[in-house]
Design a protein around this ligand. Sequence first.
Ligand code: NI
Length: 169
Amino acid sequence: MLREIVKYPDPVLEQMGEPVTEFNDELRALVDDMFESMYAAKGIGLAAPQIGLSKRLTVIDLSFKEKPEDKIVLINPEIVFRAGKQHEEEGCLSLPDIREKVTRAAKVKVKAQDLEGKWFEIEGEELLARAFQHEIDHLDGILFFRRVSALKRDLILRKIRKLQRAGEW
Ligand code: NI
C-alpha cells in the first residue's frame, strides 16, 4: 500500500524516532509499503518518519529494483564505525527539489536489526555510506539541511517559504 510521504515542516520529521520492538507481520507489511512508496516517489532511501511514523526503521535500495541484494532494511540502526570524509550533493523526498552538498563520513559500519529482530552489521562506502548517514539522521529527527552552513540553510529555508507562498510546496 502506498503511504503518503510527508514534507518539511511536518513536526514528525524533526522528532526522535521510537525503537521498533515488535517483529511481526505488521512490521513486514510496513516495510513492503515503505519500499513501494519509495519506488513510487523515485527515491533510493526512505525512513519511517517520512511516512509519518516516528519509528527507527529505514529502507534503502541504491539500484532502484535492479538488484534484489541491494534492498536493505535497517531496524533500530546505529553507526558503530566511521572513517574519512566525503562532500556530495544530497536530496530528500521530504524536501522536494532541494539539493545541497553535505559533508559525511566516506565509510561507515552500521549495526541494525533485520525483520526477524536479529542483529547484523553492514558496511558502506561513498553513496551507500551517505545513504546510511542520511537515513539514520531521519530517525534522529535530523534533516540534511541541519548539516550545512547557516548561510546555506537560510537560503534553503527561504526557497521553501517562497515555494509555499506560490502553493508549490
Ligand atoms: Ni531524506
